[in-house]
Ligand binder design. Structure first.
Ligand SMILES: CC(C)(COP(=O)(O)OP(=O)(O)OC[C@H]1O[C@@H](n2cnc3c(N)ncnc32)[C@H](O)[C@@H]1OP(=O)(O)O)[C@@H](O)C(=O)NCCC(=O)NCCS
Length: 211
């Protein structure tokens, strides 16, 4: 059993330490971080897994999301996602991916993108976005997308830009830390078999890479 919670300000130093542990030094120099500068994250989708119910129980995994724009359409930028090295390969990353994407769809988000390894994210339905450009230097083969609503990436092409609309930013800057904390839950996590992966995949049957 694990404890699933939205990330609050109190968790942030631990999440940063986990990201420092899991990624190479200088991770914040990546171009994707420039899209996050000065923009609040989508708090309800930034999730953590701890080994137990107490705030002091070890943090094992975290996932974060930010709003961005492509061709003036709202897009969720997924990442970073990280699992503590001692807990990798146990299904925690897959659980956070599926849980957060399912919540994103329920919130009405239509399209998600990330910069990452296609062999890992392909299992959740992500495929290469051929006409979406991250700020350089980004390997275009690592720019991946997922439709939460059928056809949501069709015709959406161009540069990824920071979300600057005041009404969107105001909606994201929710004070709600106590509310977030009250939405924690105990969860079972089991590692997917390839068969279960196919069954749970959120993606539509067609590939975003074809656009
Ligand atoms: C990548 C990461 C988030 C996956 O989380 P996890 O909890 O270890 O993954 P799961 O247990 O859900 O899934 C494990 C599977 O993913 C595969 N996998 C993990 N990282 C992978 C990668 N970069 N490319 C391809 N496959 C990968 C494992 O080989 C394993 O495959 P299997 O199911 O066939 O045995 C985690 O390993 C991690 O934090 N790594 C370091 C940080 C990082 O690289 N993050 C971004 C990746 S682009």
């Amino acid at each position: 059993m694990y404890r699933l919670c939205p990330e609050t300000d109190a968790d942030t130093p631990e999440v940063e330490a986990l990201l420092d542990l899991c990624f190479a030094p200088g991770r914040t120099a990546l171009s994707s971080y420039r899209l996050r500068d000065g923009v609040p994250p989508v708090r309800k989708l930034c999730l953590l897994l701890r080994s137990g119910q107490k705030q002091t129980d070890p943090l094992l995994a975290a996932i974060r999301y930010w709003p961005v724009r492509v061709a003036d359409r709202p897009v969720l930028l997924l990442g970073p996602v990280a699992v503590h090295p001692t807990a990798q390969g146990e299904g925690l990353g897959g659980f956070l991916m599926r849980e957060s994407l399912s919540r994103a769809a329920a919130m009405g988000w239509e399209r998600v993108m990330l910069v990452g390894d296609a062999p890992y994210y392909g299992r959740f339905g992500f495929s290469k976005l051929d006409h979406v450009e991250m700020p350089p230097p980004t390997n275009p083969d690592r720019v991946l997308g997922l439709e939460l609503h059928p056809g949501a990436w069709v015709g959406v092409r161009g540069a990824v830009t920071r979300e600057t609309r005041p009404e969107v930013l105001a909606g994201l800057a929710e004070p709600g830390a106590p509310d977030l904390r009250s939405s924690c839950a105990d969860v079972e996590v089991t590692k997917d078999t390839p068969h279960a992966r196919d069954k749970h995949q959120l993606a539509p049957s067609h590939s975003a890479a074809d656009r």
